[in-house]
Design a protein around this ligand. Sequence first.
Ligand code: PLP
Length: 354
Amino acid sequence: MLNFGVGPVMMHQDVLAIGSEQIPYFRTPEFSYLVLENERLLKKLVGAPDSSRVIFLTSSGTGAMEAVVLNTLTSKDRVLVVNGGSFGMRFKKICDIYGIPSTELRLGFFERLTEEHLEPYTDKGFTSLLVNVHETSTGVLYNMRVIREFCKANRLFLVADAISSFLADPFDMKDYGVSVTILSSQKALALPPGMSYVIVDRNAQERISCNPVRSLYFNFKDYLRDGTRGQTPYTPAVSVMIQLNRRLKMIEAKGLPNVIGEVAALADDFRQRVADLPLTMPSQSPSNAMTTLMPISRDAYQIVRLLKDQHGIFVAPNGGELRHRVFRVGHLGAISTRDNVVLAEALRDTILKA
Ligand SMILES: *Cc1c(COP(=O)(O)O)cnc(C)c1O
């Protein structure tokens, strides 16, 4: 089996081995130490200011997106949501559910974000901006420098869902002026799904402490309080927390620029191998994490199905309007150029038949 989905992705042997072990009791100094070490390493990898904290949530990424909106925004905010696909739309839906006033900046499928798109929203009383750094449904990586300048000029509280761009494309909270960064276990961290990590700067911590949240499990105040001693209020995904520690040390040993460089090289290699096939790559600003492919006069969903059934290879289909037009190939996790060769051959075979 080969999995070129965007998450969950293929896991490294060391990480897999931890998953086969018994799970220890976790209200111990040893486990607290490991959690605090995870916090320190995650902060470093996202370029968080020293005074930032990490909230360890046992939930998928969407749970973290929802919890961030619930804990850091209120009905007094006016939120601008960058919506270029289904993850942007998800932020908008969450704002609607919690009665947080929000406006969508709609982009076409595959369209990059420019200053011109943001210009009409300047000086319009917005207080916050929500963005998925990489809109994973279409494969568009947004220009965070353009967003930073807009947020700086308008003094906006910036929330960045970096779930699918982290470790694939450069990201730095301080440089980009981000107050909240959302990460999840199953993308480039290449861990089992089930955990999310929310990095909050001092400004975000201030918002959290003043916000009377109506939730028990998703109340960040409790996570911040217990987190000071390396604990979580409720049982975390203990094995994933231990696997995270292993993985962060692997990344630390290799060096972040090298980790990102490897993902970029895999993406380049794959794109070259399929360049002569009857496919286009419609994204105006592709992330290293993933390649969006649009087959010419072939059904995208059928290609996904044939790759799975005839070759045992998973790639990610699209939903909704794009279901038959595009599919996506991830470049995350424990895969190599050898695997790219296998996929490119299978793709060639499938497309010529499909
Ligand atoms: C994968 C992903 C998520 C999280 O989705 P879940 O299925 O809830 O884990 C959120 N945002 C982006 C941009 C993603 O790529």
